[in-house]
Design a protein around this ligand. Structure first.
Ligand SMILES: Nc1ncnc2c1ncn2[C@@H]1O[C@H](COP(=O)(O)OP(=O)(O)OP(=O)(O)O)[C@@H](O)[C@H]1O
Length: 260
């Protein structure tokens, strides 16, 4: 398997603090990673570097085999699917759901003068169907519930058939039913061998879908543990990551944690 992401001794400094501190991490093709850590651990920063939106202060980052700083990121970005709160906020409420998804083919968030062929439309509809929201294609983004918005953004992130899928807190803001339903959908994406290498960020082990193969635990910009999820998501590692004594359970493909 070839490497999709390669971080070697990566540090990112802002205002004198290290948001990431000597992070070394590799994601191989076919792997599905979860990044866990408390507020401010550096999870979003790590994902933004993987998405080529930020550059490290020191260290080396290769994304899809291309080294940041040596590659035209505008050529690389269409190969990466990203969902994040910041991207969601850039979508105008009046944009049709179908257009939120279709415009990803052009790397924009609103219709302008681009035109779509039948292949684009078929792919957008197929993804909306896969995310369980094909009935919403003709609605505007502003009229959707939070869960429906998250699903629309995931469909958008997959529109360009990316080789790397980055999901920043896809379960944030969802009620219990919405979270469970989204986790099941993400589980089916993770289980599909045709899906791209995936990295999902969350604070909550309960939001880890089945099918996730690896975990990276971050605290204060540093890697606490990283590797196959069964070996990494231990009570000791999670306790060190969140700074409190935790008990971890793994049952029927799902995880939960509580104070010891
Ligand atoms: N421009 C900046 N200057 C200084 N500190 C910054 C800057 N941008 C982010 N930070 C800090 O970097 C740290 C890491 O932020 P990041 O958003 O990556 O964490 P996170 O793990 O995603 O957090 P959360 O779970 O709360 O979303 C935070 O403490 C944040 O306040």
């Amino acid at each position: 398997m070839s490497d999709v992401l390669e971080f070697a001794d990566v540090t990112l400094t802002r205002s004198g603090s290290n948001l990431l501190d000597r992070v070394t991490w590799t994601v191989a093709d076919g792997e599905r990673w979860v990044i866990l850590g408390p507020n401010g651990a550096g999870k979003t920063t790590l994902l933004q570097i993987a998405a080529t939106n930020m550059h490290p202060t020191s260290g080396r980052v290769a994304v899809l085999g291309e080294v940041l700083g040596e590659v035209d990121v505008f050529e690389l970005r269409p190969r990466i699917g990203l969902t994040s709160t910041a991207l969601g906020e850039r979508i105008q409420p009046k944009t049709w759901v179908l257009d939120v998804v279709r415009t990803a083919a052009y790397g924009v968030v609103a219709r302008w003068r681009e035109s779509y062929d039948d292949v684009d439309d078929a792919r957008a509809f197929e993804l909306l169907y896969r995310l369980g929201i094909s009935h919403l294609a003709g609605r505007t983004f502003g009229t959707l519930s939070e869960g429906e918005r998250k699903r629309t953004q995931i469909a958008r992130a997959m529109m360009s058939d990316p080789e790397l899928l980055l999901l920043d807190e896809p379960g944030a803001g969802l009620d219990l039913g919405g979270r469970e339903s989204l986790v099941a959908t993400l589980g089916s994406i993770a289980a599909d061998p045709a899906s791209p290498a995936t990295v999902l960020v969350t604070h909550h082990v309960e939001e880890i879908p089945s099918g996730i193969t690896h975990a990276l635990l971050l605290r204060s910009g540093q890697v606490v543990a990283a590797g196959p999820i069964g070996e990494t998501l231990t009570a000791d590692n999670l306790s060190a990551c969140f700074g409190l004594a935790l008990v971890v359970n793994h049952e029927n493909g799902r995880w939960n944690a509580r104070a010891a």
